[in-house]
Design a protein around this ligand. Structure first.
Ligand code: ADP
Ligand code: MG
Length: 261
């Protein structure tokens, strides 16, 4: 079974007497560790689908298996617990708590899990350093730029090392350069910890970071394509040779074989 399996998913909203068919019939599989981008124009049903995958909304019909658990059938209490233990979320508008500083915001998922303050702060500080905000730990959201706030949002989404992170237009409020920084950071975190990423966007450039692109139009999937992610983060564990070292090794060999006899 795939890590995420969506079967015959439907969502109908009722607005007075009118029915809005937000998702018509969605079938989808997402592999563990994959960066999956759901691409579609405004109103195509992206947020509806993502909210359902993340367990924030209940489908009208259908099943959503994550790691073998059908979250569409869980009680509210079990679902809340499942979300805490398995998922992280990155929002377009960051959704940070204004009264809390960066380190406290990042630590929220750990607090819900019952991790003590000392351990929480230690983990949160590590994550903030990984997203390049080691010097902004005591800053509050309104004392940071949009890009910095989203990096705090990313640190928060990954701090508890969830199985899967969901992101809804994570770069929607950012300029082009900051968008690239934020995307690279998310890919880096996913690859480092083997985390699956499901992100939705209307932006073709964002899809370039994905391993797979799912096209959605009017609540229906119209195509799924494999894709080579535009960005390969450098391995910073020190276990494998760097690109520079690899090139040097390769060149040495070539030099020898090319030597005149
Ligand atoms: P996207 O994220 O791709 O812009 P959405 O998933 O937000 O699209 O919306 C898909 C469709 O469902 C739209 O037509 C939207 O108007 C409708 N919709 C979304 N949420 C609701 C709701 N709570 N009540 C009624 N209609 C909704
Ligand atoms: Mg949306």
């Amino acid at each position: 079974m795939a890590f995420i399996e969506v079967k015959n998913l439907k969502k109908v909203y009722k607005l007075g007497n009118e029915k809005v068919y937000a998702l018509r019939k969605i079938d989808l599989e997402i592999k563990k560790g994959e960066i999956c981008c759901i691409l579609g124009t405004s109103g195509s049903g992206k947020s509806t689908l993502l909210n359902m995958l993340a367990g924030l909304e209940k489908p009208t019909k259908g099943d959503i298996f994550i790691n073998g658990t059908n979250i569409a059938k869980l009680s509210e209490k079990k679902l809340a617990r499942f979300r805490q233990e398995n998922t992280g979320f990155v929002f377009q508008s960051y959704n940070l708590i204004n009264q809390y500083n960066a380190i406290e915001n990042v630590g929220m998922p750990l607090m819900f899990k019952g991790t003590n303050r000392v351990k929480r702060d230690k983990e949160s500080a590590k994550m903030l350093r990984l997203v390049g905000l080691g010097d902004r730990m005591k800053h509050r959201p309104n004392q940071m730029s949009g890009g910095q706030q989203q990096r705090v949002g990313i640190a928060r989404a990954f701090v508890a090392k969830p199985n899967v992170v969901f992101a809804d237009e994570p770069t929607g409020n950012l300029d082009t350069r900051t968008t690239d920084d934020v995307m690279r950071l998310m890919v880096k975190m996913c690859r480092k910890y083997g985390i699956t990423l499901v992100l939705v966007t209307h932006d073709l450039e964002i899809a370039d970071y994905a391993d797979r692109i799912v096209h959605i139009i009017d609540g229906e999937i119209t195509g799924i394509e494999d894709h080579v992610s535009a960005y390969v983060p450098e391995d910073d564990t020190g276990d494998t040779p760097s690109e520079k070292e690899k090139i040097e090794i390769g060149q040495n060999r070539e030099d020898k074989t090319n030597e005149p006899l």
